[in-house]
Design a protein around this ligand. Structure first.
Ligand code: DQA
Length: 151
């Protein structure tokens, strides 16, 4: 089983970006944590990050095709600020049928009102919010459970 971990805009700045909100863990640390979690769960984890909405959409299309071929269980996706703006990412997830677990490091509901709405949530298979970078671990565990339950 394989899972894609996708990170969107500004998540390449983890570790230096607003540490009071996002902590001191870097993106490289997060990606290592995801690969280690994958090894523990017996799944291969591939990590990608882009600041560009269209690139993220292309990767979801690619992942959707791999999912239909039975090669990919789904994606754990922190879309960053595109969560709150992108109808196109919503449509990409819906249009491909890719199982996506939406992850946010911070509790977006305890922050500014513009972070309370997510275009991704109605298209997501599950949501993990507010657990810090452990959210990626929980997202991977949840996606593996769902994939194994689906057979
Ligand atoms: C975030 C929350 C978003 O509102 C923000 O734009 C981010 C990170 C999080 O992981 O908490 O870039 O997705």
């Amino acid at each position: 089983m394989k899972i894609l971990v996708l990170n969107g805009p500004n998540l390449n700045l983890l570790g230096q970006r607003e540490p009071a909100v996002y902590g001191h863990t870097t993106l490289a640390d997060v990606e290592q944590l995801c690969r280690d979690t994958g090894a523990r769960l017996g799944v291969e984890v591939e990590c990608r990050q882009s600041n560009h909405e269209g690139v993220l959409i292309d990767w979801i299309h690619e992942a959707g095709a791999a999912h239909r071929r039975g090669e990919l269980a789904g994606a754990v996706f922190n879309a960053g600020a595109y969560t709150h703006t992108s109808v196109a990412l919503h449509d990409a997830i819906k249009g491909t049928g890719l199982p996506v677990i939406e992850v946010h490091i911070s509790n977006v509901h305890a922050r500014e009102a513009f972070r309370h709405h997510s275009y991704l949530s109605p298209a997501a298979a599950g949501i993990v919010v507010g657990f810090g970078v452990d959210g990626y671990v929980l997202g991977l565990e949840g996606l593996v459970r769902k994939a194994r339950a689906a057979g």
